[in-house]
Design a protein around this ligand. Structure first.
Ligand code: PRP
Ligand code: URA
Length: 214
């Protein structure tokens, strides 16, 4: 990302994003609606996270003329989904960028220690040549996101962005301290974490609401 245009933390305050997020927060919202809204918001957040991608030009023939037209430069993007809730965002991101490559980072948060436990990691081998956008709806303590980004860096990723739906101020601070080179795009930064590491007011457990597991 070009350092001159980069914002370290971007809150996407677009009215469509905020309206959809409010419906998602409501505990009366159904699993089906929650999933659909997450997919829709994901495309809008990705639009913001990819705003500064480099362009090159290619020669094309329109029906009327030859032109040098803008096209994305470099290799295809990698979307790195932090399982399992990341997959809800991933769907919407792939709607916007169907040719993107996908990495899966399997992590769950131990409910007692709040520490991430890794159970799976699969990513394209040439991460060092690609822009990587890591995704997880929730940035709470940031333990999961910090570990996921560390894993991506260990496997070569250099140009990484992190997209989430909701963040806690504590999580943003910890994430920025651990990975100051990774910009964050989110739809909202909420009030604080509760004693169990849940974001308040938040929306509850994103994975459970998405998959109806509670
Ligand atoms: C949730 C969420 C994040 C993590 C955020 O995942 O999707 O990955 O918690 O919390 P943190 O910032 O404190 O690490 P969870 O562990 O519940 O797993 P799941 O996605 O499989 O439901
Ligand atoms: N994970 C979630 O799904 N929700 C929170 O509020 C915190 C962590």
């Amino acid at each position: 990302m070009d350092a001159s245009t980069r914002r370290d933390v971007t809150v996407v305050d677009h009215p469509m994003v905020q309206h959809k997020l409010t419906i998602m927060r409501d505990k009366a919202t159904s699993t089906a609606s929650f999933r659909r809204l997450l997919r829709e918001i994901a495309a809008l957040l990705t639009y913001e996270a990819t705003r500064d991608l480099e362009l090159t030009t290619t020669t094309i023939e329109t029906p009327l003329a030859t032109m040098e037209a803008p096209t994305l430069a470099g290799k295809k993007l990698v979307f790195a989904s932090i399982l399992r809730a990341g997959n809800g965002l991933l769907e919407g991101m792939l709607d916007l960028v169907p040719a993107a490559r996908v990495a899966h980072v399997g992590l769950y948060r131990d409910p007692e220690t709040l520490q991430p436990v890794e159970y799976y990691f699969k990513a394209p081998e040439d991460l060092h040549e690609r822009v990587v956008i890591a995704v997880d709806p929730m940035l709470a303590t940031a333990n999961s996101a910090i570990a996921a980004i560390r894993g991506l860096k260990e496997r070569g990723a250099k140009d990484i962005r992190f997209v989430c739906l909701l963040a806690a101020p504590e999580g943003v601070e910890r994430f920025r301290a651990a990975h100051p080179d990774v910009p964050v795009v989110t739809a909202a930064i909420d009030s604080h974490l509760n004693d169990h590491g849940y974001i308040l007011p938040g929306l509850g457990d994103a994975g459970d609401r998405m998959y109806g597991t509670k």
